[in-house]
Design a protein around this ligand. Structure first.
Ligand SMILES: [Zn+2]
Length: 137
């Protein structure tokens, strides 16, 4: 095995992705090659140092800085408050119900007038001998 191949296998070994057969081949190379042993030792030392590092605490201002740099949405700001959004939805529903009631009343008034006109038309057309006369009795 060449040192270049061994370096690639050392990297896989550190990531726990080296197969057992290739690990045996790497061990054979490491027994004969002091420079690759040195590479493995320093890489393992670096890996353990990196694992000991703690995630740095975020500065408090970072949260506000991110929020203030977010792009503005097209939604009006009051829609972001849930209570106002529910109020707006309730008002829209109530307005549509009122509009429906108004349309219904207007439609009924119109149909009533139409029915009366129709009744008069029938009397005009058939006079007193119409069936309407029989039903009225
Ligand atoms: Zn080597």
């Amino acid at each position: 095995m060449r040192c270049k191949t061994a370096a690639r296998l050392i990297s896989l070994k550190l990531d726990n992705e080296l197969s057992a057969s290739k690990n045996v081949a790497l061990q054979e190379h490491l027994e004969r090659c002091p420079s690759c042993r040195q590479v493995l030792a320093s890489a393992q030392a670096l890996q353990s140092e990196l694992q000991e590092l703690k995630t740095p605490a975020y500065p408090e201002y970072l949260h506000y800085r991110i929020l203030s740099n977010l792009p503005r949405t097209s939604k009006p700001r009051w829609l972001h408050q849930p209570k106002l959004a529910y109020l707006a939805a309730s008002l829209a529903i109530m307005l549509s119900l009122l509009a429906g009631t108004w349309v219904g009343i207007k439609g009924y008034e119109g149909s009533n007038a139409y029915a009366q006109n129709l009744e008069e038309d029938i009397y005009i057309s058939f006079g007193n001998n119409s069936l309407m006369e029989l039903f009225d009795e």
